[in-house]
Design a protein around this ligand. Sequence first.
Ligand SMILES: Nc1ncnc2c1ncn2[C@@H]1O[C@H](COP(=O)(O)OP(=O)(O)OP(=O)(O)O)[C@@H](O)[C@H]1O
Length: 219
Amino acid sequence: MIHFENVGLRYGMGPEVLRDLTFDIPKESFQFLTGPSGAGKTTLMRLLFMSLQPTRGLVRTFGRDISTIGKEELPLLRRRIGIVFQDFRLLDHLTTYENVALPLRVRGKEEASYRNDVIELLRWVGLGERINVLPPVLSGGEKQRVAIARALIDQPQLLLADEPTGNVDPPMARRILSLLVQLNRLGTAVVIATHDLSLMDRFEARRMILADGRLEVYD
Ligand SMILES: Nc1ncnc2c1ncn2[C@@H]1O[C@H](COP(=O)(O)OP(=O)(O)OP(=O)(O)O)[C@@H](O)[C@H]1O
């Protein structure tokens, strides 16, 4: 589904942050991406989301070399990828429901066509009682689950989650992990960037470890 070949990335004139990355993200796979702070996890997530271009090497996403994808085409391809940011990026003046529905609304979809899907998804993440609440009154774990629901509303083939348990207590971290595992069992490929060793120990999965700009993959 995604293929990296000898990928290198530098910001501006700086040193190479990522070097010679060659790996695949197979369909329906589940992997943790880990490594020390500053190792380049967020940078790699941005390459996977096609918000960065490699400075060398090849990134093929859904069969397409991303250096050849035009500006008008990119949003279409990105719809197949859901992303959950470390800092949630919810809009505080919109309710939980409206935040999750936003990607569909901005595309001009009629509310009647998605209303039930949004409510069902919010129930699935355990927020059935928080549908009309604004983000500032939600707990960290609740915000994280709104962000996950928003990333899933378009039924992506790949979900990228950057430190999804970084701001929650251990029981909530386990709950979020189990949601992502369930999602994967339903067929979505999942990449979780995390520092949290205890989280990774809870679920046997592929580990992609970044150190000094290089990647080791343990299947
Ligand atoms: N926009 C940018 N411009 C220049 N350098 C950057 C930029 N973003 C990241 N870097 C540098 O790239 C390196 C990798 O950063 P990145 O944020 O990808 O690491 P990380 O593994 O996600 O770190 P953390 O676990 O602390 O979030 C760091 O040295 C960082 O300073």
